[in-house]
Design a protein around this ligand. Sequence first.
Ligand SMILES: C[S@@+](CC[C@H](N)C(=O)[O-])C[C@H]1O[C@@H](n2cnc3c(N)ncnc32)[C@H](O)[C@@H]1O
Length: 254
Amino acid sequence: MPKVAVPWKGFCRERAVVSDAPVLPVGDDKRIMVESMFDGIAPRYDRLNRVISLGLDKGWRRRTVRALCLPAGARVVDLACGTGDLCDDLFAAGFRPFGFDMSAGMLASAHTTAPLVRSDVLVLPVPDGSVDGVTCGFALRNFTDLPTFFTECARVLQPGGRFAAVDAAEPEHVIVRMGHHIWFRRVVPWIGGRLSGSAAAYRYLPASTAYLPGGPALIGQLRAAGFGSVERRTMMGGAVQLLTGTRVRSEGEA
Ligand SMILES: C[S@@+](CC[C@H](N)C(=O)[O-])C[C@H]1O[C@@H](n2cnc3c(N)ncnc32)[C@H](O)[C@@H]1O
């Protein structure tokens, strides 16, 4: 993947003067920014995750793995695997995980023993219908094109294969949303800035939930990509969402 100058670095200094909200890039600018940002925070990513989720992220990932409802020994690709937390949980549940991520820094900081591949998950080096399950943890909002991602997941899954993705969400209840905003948009960037040295990254992470469409639209995108039995459950008062689906057999498929 080519390394080029990062136009967003520091989230556009000129604009930061008038607003502390990061500018959210799109397309290639977003992909380059995301890769560079995760390369930069990778060595401190796991510790920060524990702190900003108050240790709850581990449980959310385990729940994601359980939601696959697959038998032991199933081949599961963990997409945008980062440092490999979900891969470890997949191993612990008796699956055969393979991780994919585009950030060399995140892969270099990985702690999992699962095989890891550096790849853009929108164009996976995986044959059609070759895996039983797909997981994705806290990465949907980082992709440049969600429908393409869901279609790629459906392509690599065999019919009947399972998809489970966990990510941040906006709580619906106004009081919960206010509390969540204070934590996620004020406290997290402050803590992130101090512990990771990159306040910009930890302003981007909460702000990037704005990239995610609402629940009904996400469900619609999964169905359009070839998934049935699509469900969306929320946790933590709606601050975290778990999306699941089953790859349907398309016409002409054996
Ligand atoms: C918030 S981290 C999540 C890491 C891990 N899944 C977890 O649960 O902690 C998001 C990850 O998505 C990866 N990522 C974002 N866009 C990607 C893409 N198009 N292809 C591959 N990896 C991508 C980043 O490199 C980063 O490691």
